[in-house]
Design a protein around this ligand. Sequence first.
Ligand code: FE2
Length: 385
Amino acid sequence: MAYDFNQRMNFNFPTSIRFGNGVIDELGPHLSQEKLKHVLLVSDPGLIKLPVFEQVSSLLRNAGLRVTSFSEIAKNPVKSNVLKGADLFHSSGCDCIVGFGGGASMDVARAIALKVHHPLDLFDYDDAIGGDRHVTETVPYFVTVPTTSGTGSEVGRSTVIADDVTHEKKILFSPRLMARKVFADPALTMGLPLFVTATTGMDALTHCVEAYLAKGFSPLCDGVALEGIRLIADSLECATHAPDLESRSKMMMGALMGATAFQKGLGVVHSLAHPLSTLVDMHHGLANAVMIPYGMEFNAPVSAPRMKTIARTIGLEDESADGFVRWLHETNAKLGIPASLALLGVTPEHVEKLSSLAIADPCHGSNERPVTREDFASLYRKALA
Ligand SMILES: [Fe+2]
């Protein structure tokens, strides 16, 4: 595809990432070197029961740091989680924050980092009302340590927090909310169960695919997205069914690359997926996994040249958009992901509401093929059949 060089664009790839098997050993010494003494370790209620939590806490303590743990966070994080974490930061005398876990842990950690020195109501910083202009104070030293390979929140600069009562989701965004350092250690993902590996992995794949297909001029993001697709296609099945360090490393890198690339934009699949989480509480990665073949089939008439490049990159025999769509269906089947929304609690009665939510979702704004409300309804019906 030819690029249009008659435009002005920003590209940002600023996150400092320490990647590799065993790099978690360097976290404590790194914080000590930064003259930090007391960590607020933000994780989730599931993670604190796993050996990996004690492993990381011990590593920090052995490096001479004090550790205060905070894990009272909901699956879809809410404002009161953030306020409680910020209070604990102050009352314990912490001086830095480590977001440790999946997307929810890192999102809450990022929001706590914002809140501790910003006195306005948390939702005054809502990006939709220009809240980023209030993000003017310093943010405590903030590090992310992912334990899943999916959301890529570790390299993000925004966080999604819901209202406790209305469940309305707000996006808090500022370049100041980027982690000062990411410690991405694939060994931390070795214990990740099959379902979580498959669904978070499909989320990462969807990030790379939608970023690559998104409208807009971004050769840097395109390159990152395409290599991310290659790494994930090469390793997701193995990482799910026969995990080894190589496949888990490729997945962790692919997830990082997806979230780096999607500053370019996402597309129709994420707009289809978000309402499934809102309305029937479907896991985000699972929703993307089920919907991506249908989203790509819809995009094919417009995005076929780029889909052909994807098919070639992942080494498909059929180097066409159809071949890519077929590969997506086959991959889902191999990962044990249901082929139909009907198997996941969605009924034809949900289609109207789902379509209304999908058309209001901003992600499809960067989809190469414009999407109407009727298109969304038809895609949901196809996925229900
Ligand atoms: Fe996603």
